[in-house]
Design a binder for this molecule. Structure first.
Ligand SMILES: [Zn+2]
Length: 481
């Protein structure tokens, strides 16, 4: 299945892009794109600092970032997702030329207790097609419950920015799945992190296993031809991303466990390094494949996703975290150690397409998928589910006291997952779309669309219908007409 990425093909692709034509791109290239943009990518790197109620952005650099791989027809994002949105406006007329919703590590940090007593700086970036004339790049922030407010903006005159230079790629790029020109497909790039030269064969096997696991699930299975998937062999000096005593090691993208004090939360904390490496291939979405065995992963909408590839559950973690990154899906679970302080039982409507505060059941955002006669909120045996969780924790504690081997822990986890799956599958409204209380880290006041889903448990049954539709909409945004 794997083909090496042939450099000759890449060069032809670049030429086709620069001339704005070539087979496959001419028909789909909307006149609007050619009027406002050239076929290169501009990347704005900025720092995002906040805490103690303050929030400030500042430009660090504007750089060329290779050919523009994104859609030339869906330039304005109409999906209304993300904590932030970038708008690129023509400086003279104010016409909105390009927009995308996104979230960031900062947006999550802001909801932790630490943000109340200290300042912190994060590095972020936005990418958009290279404008022909001066533009205003505005970052807007969602107002909880509805709409966006102006947060910050900066002017960019493309004549003052160095033309996109050819940078040597950070490593060899190879193709797992290819279905057409980047402008007409979702372009996913997997990047090796913590793999030495000797580990690269293992990276190839990990990448194939993860990607095939994703395409085994709907809606990816039916929409496979909407994707290109490539992988970058980024070689690290040492195996893994942990140094001594679990501290950050010498990996290329500063990927760390323990983000926001959560052991299993794994993110790259060096956005410029991540973007510089990713520029080796056309991409819109990035999955950092981490050479570690400890369970872990993370996913930020329109930023990046990570997965520790050496753990048995990696295919599941990959699908779950990639859904955060790709479609902005929220976590449907609520009974885990999570350090976000969302507080109270009254919540503004979340922007995530699979979470709701259910303020008005008649206006439920997935109302059209609810069968007539389904009660809203939809009853489920929450007490029974929570009792099962308590029993599992007690059993695990008893096992720990007696002393366990990794095999015993793995078996206990398998038993627990199967117990939960059977319990949920036996509920009256299993398999029905409704509004089930307990979601988004909250036992009360937030609702999920289905009793079970990839975003709720390690459910082998896949995504619920609401999550499937949300993923399909993003595929349409990049691979639709
Ligand atoms: Zn779901």
């Amino acid at each position: 299945m794997t083909r090496r990425f042939v450099p000759g093909t890449a060069a032809l692709l670049v030429l086709a892009f620069l001339h704005g034509g070539g087979p496959g791109t001419a028909q789909s290239s909307a006149p609007e794109f050619d009027r406002w943009f050239t076929p290169a990518t501009m990347r704005l790197d900025y720092v995002h600092v906040g805490g103690l109620g303050a929030e400030q952005l500042a430009v660090s650099q504007v750089v060329g970032d290779g050919p523009w791989p994104g859609s030339r027809t869906r330039l304005v994002d109409d999906t209304d997702l993300g904590t932030y949105r970038v708008d690129v406006l023509d400086a003279r007329s104010g016409t909105r030329l390009y927009s995308r919703g996104f979230s960031s590590v900062y947006a999550e940090w802001e909801t932790t207790a630490e943000a109340a007593w200290t300042h912190k700086t994060f590095r972020e970036s936005v990418r958009f097609p290279w404008p022909q004339a001066a533009v205003e790049v505005a970052i807007r922030k969602r107002v909880p419950g509805g709409g966006f407010r102006d947060l910050w903006s900066t002017s960019i005159d493309p004549r003052t920015v160095a033309a996109p230079a050819h940078r040597p790629p950070a490593g060899a790029v190879w193709t797992l799945v290819e279905h057409g020109p980047p402008a007409e497909k979702v372009d996913l790039l997997l990047i090796a992190e913590g793999y030495t030269r000797g580990d690269i064969a293992a990276f190839h096997a990990d990448a194939e296993r993860l990607v095939e696991g994703m395409f085994a699930l709907e809606p990816y299975r039916s929409r496979r031809t909407g994707f290109n998937v490539r992988a970058l062999d980024l070689v690290s000096p040492e195996s893994g991303v942990r140094g001594r005593d679990g501290a950050a090691g010498t990996s290329r993208l500063a990927t760390q466990y323990g983000v926001f004090g959560m052991d299993r939360y794994l993110l790259s904390m060096d956005d410029p390094a991540l973007r510089d490496a990713a520029a080796a291939a056309p991409y819109e979405f990035i999955a950092v494949v981490v050479n570690e065995r400890s369970y872990g992963g993370g996913g930020i909408f329109n930023a990046h996703a990570t997965v520790a590839a050496g753990h048995d559950a990696a295919p599941y973690v990959f699908v779950h975290e990639f859904a955060h990154h790709f479609a902005g899906l929220g976590d449907e679970y609520y009974s885990s150690e999570v350090s976000y302080e969302t507080g109270g039982s009254s919540h503004p409507e979340p922007w995530e397409p699979n979470l709701t505060a259910l303020a008005d059941p008649a206006a439920l955002k997935w109302r059209d998928l609810v069968k007539p006669g389904t009660p809203l909120p939809t009853p489920w045996d929450r007490e029974g589910y929570e009792r099962l969780g308590r029993e599992h924790r007690a059993r695990r504690a008893a096992l720990d006291k007696r002393g366990t081997t990794p095999a015993m822990v793995a078996e206990a986890v398998r038993d627990e997952l199967e117990g939960v799956r059977q319990f949920l599958a036996g509920l009256r409204y299993a398999g029905t779309v409704g509004a089930f209380e307990g979601a988004g880290y909250q036992a009360e006041g937030l609702y999920r669309p289905s009793v079970n889903c990839v975003m709720f448990t390690r459910d082998p049954g896949g995504f619920c219908p609401v999550c499937r539709r949300a993923i399909s909409r993003i595929i349409d945004l990049y691979a639709g007409q």
